[in-house]
Design a binder for this molecule. Structure first.
Ligand SMILES: C=CC1=C(C)c2cc3[nH]c(cc4nc(cc5[nH]c(cc1n2)c(C)c5CCC(=O)O)C(CCC(=O)O)=C4C)c(C)c3C=C
Ligand code: FE2
Ligand code: FE2
Length: 335
């Protein structure tokens, strides 16, 4: 039936896919970094200390010192396209545009900063999306990443009169498609090196150890990814955890401590991969590729290689196409 002429326009029903990553400052300047850190570190999913205790520490100590230091770090890796995390996530979304058919719109958002999740959900709705797959691009589930991205999407849906139907992308830490993509990526990168590493480290973002005791599966997901990847590569991987923050005990062993200790055990040639990051970012490009290298060479290592993340490589995008395509089943027939 044709709607009456005074009826609001009815767009063709579509499906949205919203890729979500963590977020990043708008500029590598202390002011922008401060805004970003304030939003990020005020999230109770990220820092699980009562806000009454935490906010004075955050505002009085962290936000008065860290922005300058972090801005310096961002300046080392900033590109013409902006922050690597933002640029790569946008490229992943562009690479997936159209691959699920004409009625599926692929967009991206950041949990902190911009493009905001609420803004992109509104944009998808405005384009007629009646079904949306929320896709936090974290292979290993963590309340501090996956859950808070979903929370933010659902918090926005609460405000909508006409909600879309929603699905969320499950963690894919042990998915053969992901493990195989990592294997191909690592093998190609190792083949391009001019040395044979004696050890390959798999560095994951750290978390307070307490989160493991509280039941967060993150640690187990990281270990399983590394075990499956090691099996597929047919070589040992040393699991480490990076980016320690604050005074609490974090998951161990710490990446920088392991790097510093390897040369004295006779391991002077090392390659480092970060399988938990779907896109290269400050934590990989500055903390691992720059500072990790300095730590290792400074401790007596002779050869160091950082192997890039899957990013928007053909292998990485094809993996995303297949895992996302599977989640769209029943909504759309994947070509
Ligand atoms: C309590 C602090 C933090 C927790 C918990 C945490 C968990 C966590 N983070 C990522 C992924 C990324 N973190 C990134 C940057 C970053 N992380 C923290 C702190 C915690 N992360 C800080 C303070 C920062 C900002 C930089 C700095 O000042 O050191 C990034 C990179 C962002 C970018 O702009 O490039 C990513 C990605 C995961 C996966 C995770 C838990 C599993
Ligand atoms: Fe982090
Ligand atoms: Fe870091």
């Amino acid at each position: 039936m044709i709607p009456p002429q005074d009826h609001p326009p009815v767009p063709t029903p579509r499906i949205g896919v919203l890729l979500i990553n963590l977020g990043t400052p708008n500029a590598p300047e202390p002011g922008s970094v401060k805004l970003y850190l304030k939003e990020f570190l005020s999230d109770p999913r990220v820092v699980e200390i009562p806000q009454l205790v935490w906010q004075p520490i955050l505002r009085g100590v962290i936000l008065t010192t860290r922005p300058r230091k972090s801005a310096h770090a961002y300046q080392q890796v900033w590109t013409e396209e902006g922050s690597p995390l933002a640029a790569i996530t946008a490229r992943q979304a562009r690479a997936l545009a159209g691959v699920f058919g004409p009625d599926v719109i692929v967009d991206h958002a950041m949990r902190y900063g911009r493009p905001a999740i609420r803004e992109r959900i509104d944009a998808l709705k405005a384009q007629g999306c009646e079904r949306i797959l929320i896709a936090p691009l974290y292979p290993q589930y963590c309340a501090a990443t996956t859950a808070t991205a979903n929370d933010e999407a659902f918090a926005h849906l609460r405000r909508l009169r006409w909600q879309p139907a929603v699905r969320t992308l499950p963690p894919y830490h042990d998915d053969p498609l992901y493990i195989d993509a990592l294997k191909q990526n690592v093998e190609a990168a190792l083949a391009g090196l001019d040395f044979e590493p004696q050890a390959v480290l798999a560095s994951f973002h750290g978390m307070p150890e307490r989160t493991l005791e509280l039941g967060d599966p993150y640690h187990c997901h990281c270990q399983k990814t590394a075990r499956l990847l090691s099996d597929r590569l047919g070589r040992d991987l040393t699991v480490t955890f990076q980016s320690r923050f604050g005074r609490a005990k974090w998951l161990e062993p710490a990446t920088d401590v392991v790097l510093a200790g390897l040369p004295e055990r006779g391991v002077t040639r090392v390659a480092l991969v970060a399988p938990g990051f779907s896109a290269d970012c400050l934590e990989t490009l500055e903390e691992l590729a720059i500072r990790g290298r300095e730590t290792f060479l400074g401790a007596g290592g002779s050869h160091f290689a950082y192997l890039p993340c899957l990013n928007d490589s053909n292998v990485g995008v094809e993996m995303l196409r297949r895992i996302i395509g599977r989640e769209l089943e029943g909504w759309v027939r994947t070509p």
